[in-house]
Design a binder for this molecule. Structure first.
Ligand SMILES: CC(C)(COP(=O)(O)OP(=O)(O)OC[C@H]1O[C@@H](n2cnc3c(N)ncnc32)[C@H](O)[C@@H]1OP(=O)(O)O)[C@@H](O)C(=O)NCCC(=O)NCCS
Length: 170
């Protein structure tokens, strides 16, 4: 990972290719593919108390109704990913995670921007998500993007923490 970030930092200094579809120099946002599963699973396990299983992530990667986006520097394993569920004019952000060593560099923002744009392009008019009420980083990110809390699920997580339900129009 440190090697990956080193390469990313070099790109930031200027000379290298501009990314496709990303606000972070050197980082490309692209559809996830089966070969990304090990890196995605590692990020998932580093990011969540109750991570999704390998099988669940594989299913999302293979589900054509979902949009699995990854952020990676060219030819390297993903540093971050977002999973968007789409249907009936609505979108749901099913997951968003950035490798701990790659946080606070704009990847979460870039992925979320891209996911929301894709949702809009696919005809969704609203996006929903659930987030732990204690997850300050995610709450700050979502509020910045105009998500507002529309409800709560009491003791939704295994440790008894509530989930905030958030939505925004697209
Ligand atoms: C939430 C998460 C995806 C943010 O990703 P990131 O790449 O670090 O975020 P960015 O660098 O794009 O930050 C965008 C904005 O989000 C907010 N933010 C991000 N991390 C924050 C933190 N630790 N504390 C407060 N605000 C934070 C800030 O408003 C930030 O803008 P700024 O850097 O100009 O202040 C990342 O912390 C993560 O993967 N967390 C673990 C998994 C998780 O909780 N996912 C959300 C599940 S609902």
């Amino acid at each position: 990972m440190r090697r990956l970030l080193g390469r990313l930092a070099l790109r930031r200094k200027g000379e290298a290719q501009e990314p496709k579809d990303s606000g972070s120099p050197g980082v490309e946002i692209r559809p996830g593919r089966p070969a990304d599963l090990p890196a995605v699973l590692a990020i998932e396990r580093l990011s969540f108390q109750n991570p999704w299983s390998r099988a669940a992530l594989r299913q999302e990667l293979e589900n054509p109704a979902d949009r699995f986006l990854v952020a990676s520097s060219a030819g390297s394993p993903p540093l971050a990913y977002a999973i968007l569920g789409l249907g009936a004019g609505q979108a749901e952000l099913l997951s968003l995670a950035v490798h701990p060593e790659a946080r606070r560099r704009g990847l979460g923002r870039t992925l979320l921007e891209t996911a929301l744009r894709r949702a809009r392009e696919a005809g969704a008019e609203v996006c929903h998500l659930e987030v732990r009420v204690t997850n300050e980083a995610a709450l700050a990110l979502y509020r910045r993007f105009g998500f507002v809390e529309v409800g709560r699920r009491r003791a939704y997580y295994a440790d008894g923490t509530d989930a905030a339900l958030m939505s925004r129009a697209l």
